[in-house]
Design a protein around this ligand. Structure first.
Ligand code: NAP
Length: 298
């Protein structure tokens, strides 16, 4: 029997948990967590993403600040804004919405963020801690996927896992997380990318297949083993004249033909997508709690 891994349903549960924790913090005389987001320029998709993050913060009782900067802001001025957020004791965590304009070096920006406030989990200190199984902020999408696996009781230990895609934000951290000596984890992981020879041979033996390459409906039924767990990270807009907005959202997996072969599968939309913002909320709550415990120690 195939089971849907619904991020839509799980994110609602986690949002309620975060809300409860905020209420408890306030009852204990603490301030609510405060997330700031920097948005450079006015790219439509980025506006939508940031707007959604801010709305979710309000929904769980966080404070939020949106810092809008002009598309032609200099790299130095952006780094100065980041330094101010690093030093502002009122801000628990912050994110810089990507992509950034071409004249700004994204690596410099990532490195400039205080890793204790890096709730996107992109700083190399957080990535390094993740690789060494130390407490850290996990990047949002992989964190969301780990929650989906854990809370749906998906067995990962000893499984053959194949990840397609090696980006810093999805594929690479997923390969690390699933290979760690942890629960979920303990998989034998193969990380595939555009230079992989005979992708089919790899995917066909995967007990767990994580697909994050950004090509609509790339994974077909013949590529998937009977009983596999399939995590579809892809979100692509596919032109569709029958839709009012002129497109539909497609995953990287041909859901209709792959789903019947699976033990678990994430739908698109409503699978991994909703978990990404939830992870950001969990990380921000954690940043606020870390700060409180640090202040109580000193
Ligand atoms: P990305 O940075 O574009 O990376 C794509 C990866 O896929 C690369 O490593 C690339 O290999 C590999 N690849 C491309 N074509 C391939 C092929 N034919 N065979 C094997 N590997 C191939 O993508 P991303 O940022 O990780 O995002 C992937 C997808 O997930 C996108 O659709 C994105 O919109 C979606 N996404 C969704 C969420 C969510 O919240 N649900 C979050 C983030 C991303 P090379 O390294 O060799 O180029």
């Amino acid at each position: 029997m195939m089971q849907l891994l619904s991020g839509k349903a799980l994110s609602k549960v986690i949002i309620e948990e975060v809300k409860e924790e905020v209420i408890a913090l306030i009852a204990a005389g603490k301030k609510p967590p405060h997330l700031a987001a920097i948005l450079v320029g006015n790219d439509g998709a980025s506006e939508t993403y940031v707007g959604h993050k801010v709305k979710m913060c309000e929904q769980v009782g966080f404070q939020s600040s949106l810092i809008r900067l002009a598309a032609d802001i200099s790299e130095a001025a952006l780094l100065e804004e980041i330094a101010q957020l690093n030093n502002n004791p009122d801000i628990d965590g912050f994110i810089v919405q990507l992509p950034l304009p071409k004249h700004i070096d994204v690596d410099k920006v990532t490195l400039a963020i205080d890793y204790r406030k890096d709730v996107d989990g992109f700083h190399p200190i957080n990535m390094g801690k993740m690789a060494q199984n130390m407490p850290c902020f996990l990047p949002a999408t992989p964190y969301g996927i780990m929650q989906l696996l854990e809370r749906n009781g998906v067995e990962t230990s000893g499984k053959e896992c194949v990840v397609i895609g090696r980006s810093n934000i999805v594929g690479t951290p997923m390969s690390i997380l699933l290979s760690r000596n942890n629960q979920p984890g303990n998989c034998t992981v193969t990380l595939c990318h555009s230079r992989t020879k005979d992708l089919l041979a790899h995917t066909q033996r995967a007990d767990i297949l994580v697909v994050a390459l950004g090509k609509a409906e790339f994974v077909t039924a013949d590529m998937v083993k009977e009983g596999a767990v399939v995590i579809d990270v892809g979100i692509t807009r596919v032109p569709d004249a029958s839709k009012k907005r002129g497109y539909r959202l497609a995953g990287d997996v041909k859901f209709d033909e792959v789903a019947p072969k699976c033990s678990f599968i994430t739908p698109v939309p409503g699978g991994v997508g909703p978990m990404t913002v939830t992870s950001l909320l969990m990380n921000t709550l954690k940043a606020a709690k870390n700060k409180i415990s640090y202040q109580e120690e000193v």
